[in-house]
Ligand binder design. Structure first.
Ligand SMILES: [Zn+2]
Length: 62
């Protein structure tokens, strides 16, 4: 689980305190939520689609 993260939504720690990370591959935006309730709420909102509405890529496509 080391190395550069891949873009998208990743969830881990489900056996204890869940952590959800969302990383945008276009603008580099990152959001993290922790806790079972917060993670469930976060994932149910489809963060990728939600972010895409306001994504403002600042770098050229790579
Ligand atoms: Zn973005």
């Amino acid at each position: 689980m080391n190395g550069p993260w891949t873009a998208g939504l990743q969830i881990r720690g489900l056996d204890s305190t869940p952590i959800a990370d969302f990383l945008c591959g276009r603008c580099g935006a990152h959001k993290r939520v922790t806790g079972r309730t917060e993670v469930a709420k976060f994932t149910s909102t489809n963060p990728a689609a939600d972010h895409a509405k306001r994504c403002t890529p600042t770098v050229g496509a790579a």
